[in-house]
Design a protein around this ligand. Structure first.
Ligand code: SF4
Length: 326
């Protein structure tokens, strides 16, 4: 999954982008749909993940570029390190409990980096200008330090996760489909569920904690819908700063996030049908790969690849309006 911490988008192998449905329509394309600038057929968004929900809240145009146009993005060192660290923490649980030590976890880093390069060859570009390997060595060292810090926050010899990198998908009564990948799920002997997410960035300042918890409440809602159990605890583990943020959700939290997601989905549907995706510039634009296509930076978006709803007639003034107002 992914979150923005201090402007840096953190992603890993469980990035919910991977959990997004393909936007390629292929033979299922409806009449009027056309190809994206990348030559693929596009279809309207069909589900929501925490990452993409956050994208839309940050900037609707960014959402369009990622979900509908599927514009390519360059890998970043921070996001790729996040992916690497997540895969190490996941794999460590393959070992018997007593062997889940910091030295063992650090020893997994080179092998997981090799695997990552095989599965996503584009990450090799990150170090293309580093023939001596010095920057790569520093970067791997930072990944090791993040892995090591985890042992000051949790004790994996005392944990037996019920799930790691768990893909989840649930459909709400409205038909809205929610999906994503949860880093770790712990289940106590009493049946209480804890959802855990690792972040390789720093913990947000208290005034931004609600934004960080949005993703966790999203997952809590999905788990509740799937298993009819409200998770007892949501836990964010910040390896960058050595902080743990926890929240114990109640039913009202999940109902609130469900209402929020419905409103968000309605706004996404409206933008999809009208083609009206507004840019919303913020300081996070500095991290956006799409400035060249963004009107806020003098760019032009690619041609919109989906059919646009024709504007309807203006609502007529008449007795019905007067009656409604009275
Ligand atoms: S540059 Fe900023 S306003 Fe433009 S698409 Fe990216 S996030 Fe949105």
């Amino acid at each position: 999954m992914e979150t923005s911490t201090e402007g840096v988008t953190e992603a890993h192998s469980g990035d919910t982008a991977a959990a997004e449905p393909p936007v390629v329509a292929g033979s299922t394309a409806a009449a009027g749909e056309s190809a994206t600038a990348g030559g693929r057929l596009a279809i309207a968004p069909a589900s929501l993940s925490p990452s993409r929900a956050s994208d839309f809240m940050q900037c609707p145009l960014l959402y369009r570029f990622r979900v509908i146009d599927r514009l390519p993005e360059k890998p970043s060192e921070a996001a790729t390190r996040g992916t690497l660290v997540h895969s190490v923490l996941e794999r460590l649980f393959d070992a018997p409990a007593a062997e889940r030590t910091a030295p063992r976890a650090k020893s997994l880093v080179p092998g997981q980096w090799d695997r990552l390069r095989e599965s996503r060859p584009e990450v090799v570009e990150l170090f293309a200008d580093d023939p001596e390997g010095e920057r790569l060595a520093r970067w791997l060292g930072e990944a090791e330090r993040l892995v090591e810090r985890w042992f000051t926050l949790e004790d994996p010899t005392r944990l037996e996760p019920a799930e790691r990198e768990m893909f989840v998908e649930a459909q709400l009564d409205s038909g809205l489909k929610l999906r994503g990948i949860i880093d770790r799920v712990d289940v106590a002997p009493t049946g209480e569920v804890r959802i855990v997410d690792y972040k390789t960035g720093k913990a947000p300042r208290p005034e931004y904690a609600e934004g960080a918890l949005f993703q966790m409440k999203f997952y809590a809602l999905v788990v509740w819908r799937l298993k009819d159990v409200i998770p007892r605890r949501l836990q964010l583990v910040y390896l960058g700063s050595g902080d743990v943020l926890t929240y114990d959700p109640v039913l009202a939290d999940l109902e609130r996030v469900e209402r929020k997601l419905h409103a968000l989905w309605e706004a996404i549907r409206e933008a999809t049908e009208t083609g009206d995706w507004r840019p919303r510039p913020t300081k996070l634009c500095g991290w956006c790969d799409h400035q060249a296509h963004c009107p806020e930076f003098g760019g032009t978006p690619p041609p919109y690849p989906l059919p646009v709803r024709a504007a309807g007639p203006e609502p007529a003034e008449g007795p019905a309006h007067g009656a409604a107002a009275s």
